[in-house]
Write a new protein. Sequence first.
Length: 229
Amino acid sequence: MDIAILPSLLAADCGCLAEECRRIAASGAEALHLDIMDAHFVPNLSFGPDVAAMAHRTVPLLPLNVHLMMTEPHRYAARFMDAGADTVQIHLEAACDVSATLTEIRRRGVRTGVTLKPATPAEAVFRFLTQVDEVLVMTVEPGYGGQTFMHAMLPKLAVIRREASRLGLENLRILVDGGINTETAAACAAHGANGFVAGSALFHLADLQAGVAAMRAAAATAYGRELGM
Ligand code: DX5
Ligand code: ZN
């Protein structure tokens, strides 16, 4: 199973974001995760399309994974696609026609993803699985970095992985986001996750490349251990 590591720019030194983007690109990570918060869907504000454009301009070969924590993602998705997003994640709990928004993102040739808050059950994503390239399971309440990982989310990963396999979607990327470090990445991989968003656990490291490699190795070793498939 392909394992992907996605450093989250939210934890980077915001005094030198371009340099931090170059550091991520040099680390061997599969993509850069960009958190977009509208101070409505979540109680925080973060970046806008200009930061996405800066990241894409600075490291054009590094895929940009845009996580829209917005009540109305359908009104802003185009601006992030124009800015160079490789993948656009929208929340299942957003106030929009999720299926129509996914269709519009795919029509633009951009990868699609749906995100579930901790309280949203796994089954809520089943009807969208054939419309997405990835599913993002929040392992903290969205809105801030540096929070504690919620172990109660582990069974949700296995339910989604089993349903994806039942549908023949073997390549579906199941990501986790929030409180991810090498240890919690291994626990998530054991339950079927193969994509790992990490902010504070990676950005406090002097050697980001070694941190990314260690997280990938721990996940690859543990992958599927709890699935019994
Ligand atoms: C939180 C964001 C996460 C966050 C992860 O709402 O979606 O991407 O930046 O940060 P850590 O890894 O520090 O929990
Ligand atoms: Zn995120």
